[in-house]
Design a protein around this ligand. Structure first.
Ligand code: ATP
Length: 362
């Protein structure tokens, strides 16, 4: 096992800055997920840790040792790729044992390690097959097996599930979480799927345009995002953002008519804000709560719960979760209340307004 430190890391491709002065500590034995929109630099960062991409400036330390120039084997890392990267002419057994043969290990030792990896991943019956004779999920298990036999201190996963269908993704996600619990190695995982990030991570690193927007546990990022970007990226369906103003006494007036009191005192006069309210937080008002009226456009019935996709009179789209008995019909007007403490406020710069709201109301 090993910790990974990224200190003042830059990566440029010609004049394009893919990563800018990035700092991050990945704890020994943790499961850290890099998440962010396409092109934000997740893979670049992972590939620099793997030794597949040169670091332009800054220091990469693995278990305290500077590793910028070390080759991948010396770093003690193993990477699992989105496209599996298996050798098509080799059997599963040969694919899994390949790196050990290259390292010059004896036949018996290789066989033992391959058998342990195959048992861990429950792919023993497949050992004599070639990759073309496997399903996508089986191929991904073999790819993970290739990483396991190397007994790396750090596993690096680059969107390993994105070529699998929805059902298989969920079951492989659970498999990877179990693998982490069982072997306890440090794992760093890249995805653009926030559900994958929320369910797998001890710590999520939200990236945008080569920078870290926020780092925290899934619960922290969900309940206490630092800015509009993180608030909008984490959570599904997405958080609603409603325009309005905040006055010096902490009263919020939304353009759609809702008025509610917060503990956020600020002395600047009325300032423009966005109130962020998650669909699942329209659960009725408390004493200081607000309410919005929306016209129902579509009801998404998921069995246990329903989401109403609707519009405010201003034309703005909103999504609310509806747990009431009655199923709403398109065209109906619904009044949806929310507790004031569930409205997160963001200023004109997109940063969260925290002010003097008591911590226990978050
Ligand atoms: P995705 O989710 O789409 O895989 P990502 O967050 O992993 O995206 P990266 O692949 O790390 O993004 O790319 C980050 C940025 O660096 C992108 O703008 C990309 O176009 C650019 N980039 C990546 N590799 C190169 C390269 N070899 N030469 C030039 N630009 C590159």
């Amino acid at each position: 096992m090993a910790s990974v430190e990224l200190q003042n890391i830059d990566k440029t491709y010609g004049s394009f800055e893919a990563i800018g002065n990035l700092n991050l500590s990945v704890d020994d034995g943790s499961f850290t997920v890099f998440v962010g929109p396409s092109g934000c630099g997740k893979s670049t960062l992972l590939r620099m840790i793997a030794g597949l991409e040169k670091i332009t400036a800054g220091d990469l330390k693995i278990d305290g040792r500077r590793m910028n120039e070390a080759d991948p084997i010396e770093r003690g890392v193993a990477m699992v790729f989105q496209n599996y990267a298996l050798y098509p002419h080799m059997t599963v057994e040969q694919n899994i044992g390949f790196s050990l043969r290259m390292a010059g290990l004896g036949k018996a030792e290789i066989q033992r390690s391959v058998a342990v990896a195959a048992a861990t991943l429950q792919i023993e019956p497949l050992m004599k097959r070639k990759p073309a004779q496997l399903s996508g999920g089986q191929r991904q298990r073999v790819a993970i097996g290739r990483a396991i036999v190397r007994n790396p201190a750090v596993f690096l996963f680059d969107e390993p599930l994105s070529n699998l269908d929805a059902e298989l993704r969920v079951s492989m996600r659970v498999e990877i979480a179990k693998l982490h619990r069982r072997i306890g190695a440090t794992m760093i995982y890249v995805t653009h799927d926030q559900t994958e990030a929320m369910t797998l991570a001890d710590k999520i690193v939200v990236m945008r345009a080569g920078k870290i927007e926020q780092t925290g546990t899934p619960d922290t990022l969900y309940a206490d995002p630092d800015n509009l970007f993180v608030a909008g990226f984490i959570g599904s369906p997405r958080m609603n953002f409603l325009d309005g103003t905040l006055d010096p006494n902490g009263v919020v007036r939304l353009d759609c008519g809702a008025v509610f009191k917060t503990g956020l005192l600020q002395g600047e006069g009325d300032i423009p804000i966005k109130a962020g309210i998650r669909p699942e937080h329209f659960t009725g008002r408390d004493d200081a709560g607000g309410a919005i009226d929306l016209k129902v456009d579509v009801v998404e019935n998921l069995g246990g719960t329903r989401f109403i996709y609707g519009t405010l009179s201003s034309g703005q789209a909103v999504i609310i979760e509806d747990r009431s008995e009655t199923i709403r019909r398109p065209g109906e007007i619904v009044t949806a209340g929310f507790p004031a403490r569930r409205a997160l406020l963001f200023g004109g710069d997109g940063e969260r307004i925290r002010g003097t709201r008591p911590a226990n109301t978050l």
